[in-house]
Write a protein that binds this ligand. Sequence first.
Ligand code: 5GP
Ligand code: 5GP
Ligand code: 5GP
Length: 209
Amino acid sequence: GRAAAQDYDFFYLVLQWPGSYCDTRQSCCYPKSGKPAADFGIHGLWPNRDDGSYPQNCNPDSEFDPSKVSDLLSSLRAKWPTLACPTNDGLRFWGHEWEKHGTCASNVFDEHGYFQAALRLRDRLGVLRALAAGGVRPDGGYYTLDQIKGAIRDGTGFEPYVECNRDESGNSQLYQLYFCVNAAGDSLVECPILPRGRPCGSRIEFPAF
Ligand code: 5GP
Ligand code: 5GP
Ligand code: 5GP
């Protein structure tokens, strides 16, 4: 259910594997701070409705202001790195996510709260650790969807939706993980609805980064 002034029901917390963002025909650019760690980074925290639709760009007057997250910048560089070209410092990516998605959750988050919540939720999950504990490692090997989802479910308590993209040779690879977060933005929950997308196939590459 939705409270007044809240035009969404839950959030997707979307994490990206940098190896799979970079290992495509389009390639990538490391941010100005250097090559990010070989770990899942944040793509965004996206308000979403139970019917699959979502609000976006909810307040054009609320422009991203880096000075409001100055205490979070080193964490953002480490855990929410941009890999888009040309090389930049990340402010463009963070500004895009705040303006497109964050402004639609102003009932629970100001700018600082939005970025802090995404960082905390990501840290709480420990996805890479969960995968490793289940024998799923970024070693360029191939895994099944069940192995990937099972390892994450066993290690974190939550089963993500897995999105795949294609490497330069056309192999399906582990690209993004979608977790769900309650409307207050403070707890992971089972997903009310899964994003629609293409199946990953039976062999999923987990490339190194
Ligand atoms: P794509 O078409 O590349 O999957 O998504 C493009 C952009 O649309 C995403 O980066 C995100 O901003 C938005 N988007 C795509 N799917 C969803 C969704 O299911 N929920 C929400 N909230 N945003 C989405
Ligand atoms: P979306 O609209 O899909 O939420 O956000 C994607 C936008 O952020 C695109 O304009 C994309 O070029 C930009 N972007 C910048 N850095 C990254 C990154 O590291 N990963 C992704 N997926 N998009 C990025
Ligand atoms: P089922 O609902 O029978 O598990 O799956 C139906 C279809 O959705 C299958 O093609 C399966 O591969 C796909 N599917 C299930 N879970 C995921 C997921 O997390 N990511 C992707 N990309 N496809 C999925």
